[in-house]
Write a protein that binds this ligand. Structure first.
Ligand code: ADP
Length: 267
């Protein structure tokens, strides 16, 4: 949808021809605006932590003798947090750009669904550090043909969002199940939920419901953009069902041609 199709059509009526041309130009303008917004967003996202880091460095440099070791350590660890944030952002940007530049995914790699879920479940438990109940409903044994790395980042991004946005005491569930069209990897939580007006824009790069909260939770604003790209590349789709105050359900739907069921399944 972000690609530009230039079609040249000769229409015998002047006005109609004008319309076709102007439509192409507005598409070009839209792409240019998106590119400019993206660059502005990236710059802003990198500048904020860098300002904090250089601020602390300057403070320590100029008043080195005035700091107690404890104070110095506290400032350094705040600066380290910001470095981690920049690193995470750069990693996500690189992931996104490699998803955008390589057109196809390997079809020959077989990814065991149950192993993937167990792995992401363990990572979610580590991130939660005992603050949530993490459940896994591994469903019927199956493997996926696609990119193991990309499918891992897909599920890991959904699971880490669920853990990060769900308050302490909440439950996060990872589910794998057969559907009419294939199968779906689902991540459910009983966290804050998302108001309906945000849902259509959620997978846009840097779109957040609450910017401050996302930052506080260590978000980059790129997680769901990555998820959507991975799914598109695997001919899948993302279904989001959420209600404020009740929780969210993100279903990553994969087509039958990418799924090998190890035992017969009921649809
Ligand atoms: P971020 O790094 O900010 O989490 P994402 O692209 O992963 O970026 O998600 C975009 C936004 O969607 C988040 O900022 C948050 O507002 C919302 N969101 C994503 N997952 C959840 C969830 N499980 N519960 C509530 N809100 C969520």
């Amino acid at each position: 949808s972000e690609g530009l199709t230039l079609s040249v059509q000769i229409v015998p009526f002047g006005e109609d021809l004008m319309m076709l041309i102007s439509r192409d130009i507005s598409q070009l303008e839209r792409l240019e605006t998106m590119r400019r917004d993206f660059v502005a967003n990236v710059s802003h996202e990198l500048k904020t932590p860098l300002t904090v880091i250089s601020g602390f460095q300057e403070m320590l440099h100029d008043g080195f003798e005035d700091f107690t070791p404890d104070d110095a350590r506290r400032y350094l660890s705040l600066a380290m947090e910001q470095s981690t944030r920049m690193q995470r952002l750069i990693e996500d940007l690189l992931a996104l750009s490699s998803l955008e530049t390589s057109a196809t995914v390997p079809d020959d790699e077989q990814v065991d669904v149950q192993t993937l879920m167990r792995m992401v479940g363990d990572e979610a438990r580590a991130l939660s550090a005992g603050r949530h109940t993490i459940e896994i409903d591994a469903g019927p044994s199956a493997s996926l043909s696609g990119s193991g790395k990309e499918l891992h980042s897909l599920l890991a991004n959904l699971a880490s969002n669920a853990v990060r946005y769900t308050p302490e005491g909440g439950t996060v569930r990872l589910v794998w199940q057969a559907t009419q069209e294939g199968g779906e990897l689902v991540v459910e939580d009983n966290g804050p939920g998302i108001a309906p007006q945000h849902l259509p824009r959620l997978t846009e790069r840097f779109y957040r419901v609450d910017r401050g909260r996302s930052r506080e939770m260590g978000g980059t604003g790129l997680g769901l953009a990555i998820v959507k790209h991975v799914l598109t590349r695997h001919q899948g789709s993302l279904d989001i069902d959420s209600e404020p105050g009740r929780g969210s359900r993100f279903a990553a739907r994969l087509p039958a041609r990418r799924i090998h069921w190890n035992t017969p399944v009921e649809r």
